[in-house]
Design a protein. Structure first.
Length: 285
């Protein structure tokens, strides 16, 4: 499974798990209805690609056709296909959760197969595939996000947490620690002291904003810069606010309702940028 497929699965899992909560009844019905439509369209897309491959010097392995048939013939696929979404209102909380899990499972199987077939065809017959999509655009999935999350996470809440660092005893103690830190004798000693003494203190401070940020360099660095005297306390606060604003913009663009989910999106995008297969993102568009 590619990094992209794994990321989409995680996003879909978050969305569907949240829909299990009682207050999300109506939205769970809408999402299942959406999933049924996307599954149907994606199956059609896979069949079109398989047919296209057969008529143009076949390159796809027979297992692709077998995999599609295996999914289509499964009991879970039939259950999702024949489900009347509105009937979920009559189900118990546990039964509704099972329906959501089954729907998610089928969606993941179909989406992953489509992605695999697409990549294989693109690598072998790029022009033929792209010409086909010009005539009939490739179906796109939206199951990994909810448009209701378009405002992102609660920025104001975390801004207050950043401001509270001004008078926090842990920030004051960290500054004193850095001032009393002896000059490193060599690089190895410096690295060891940084990993065992400095970094844990910085992460403790950042966790006061949000625990999921403790491994994000753009939040760690301003605190470190303040500790070693490169910037003032005001400048540290300003940098943290600026980076929070950037993360908030990302959370709105990618429909992330929490900082934790935004961090995962950020880490994913960073990994894709570093990857030699970064073009996968472009293929998705």
């Amino acid at each position: 499974m590619s990094l992209l497929q794994q990321h989409f699965e995680e996003r879909r899992e978050y969305i569907f798990n949240r829909l299990k909560q009682p207050e999300y009844m109506e939205r769970s019905i809408e999402k299942v209805r959406q999933a049924q439509k996307e599954i149907k369209n994606t199956v059609r897309t896979i069949k079109d690609v398989l047919l296209l491959d057969k008529t143009t010097d076949p390159c796809l392995p027979e297992v692709a056709q077998f995999s599609l048939q295996h999914i289509i013939n499964s009991k879970s696929f039939e259950n999702v296909k024949n489900l009347v979404p509105s009937s979920m209102k009559k189900l118990s909380e546990e039964e509704r959760a099972k329906v959501l899990d089954e729907t998610l499972s089928v969606a993941n199987q179909i989406m992953n197969l489509e992605r695999t077939v697409f990549i294989m065809m693109f690598n072998a017959k790029e022009k033929i595939l792209m010409d086909a999509y010009k005539k009939k655009p490739r179906s796109q999935t939206e199951l990994h996000y909810d448009v209701a999350d378009k405002e992102g996470f609660d920025k104001e809440f975390f801004e207050k947490r950043i401001d509270s660092l001004r008078n926090d005893i842990r920030v004051i103690s960290f500054k004193k620690l850095c001032e009393n830190e002896p000059a490193p004798e060599d690089l190895e000693i410096f690295k060891q002291r940084y990993e065992t003494i400095i970094l844990p203190k910085v992460q403790e401070i950042i966790s006061l904003i949000e625990p999921s940020l403790i491994n994000v360099d753009v939040f760690l660095n301003p605190v470190i810069e303040y500790g070693v005297g490169e910037i003032t306390l005001d400048e540290m606060i300003q940098k943290l606010h600026k980076n929070l604003s950037l993360f908030h913009e990302l959370s709105k663009v990618e429909y992330c309702p929490t900082v934790e989910l935004t961090v995962k999106e950020y880490v994913f995008l960073e990994a894709m940028n570093r990857s030699e297969k970064g073009e996968e993102l472009q293929l998705l568009k």
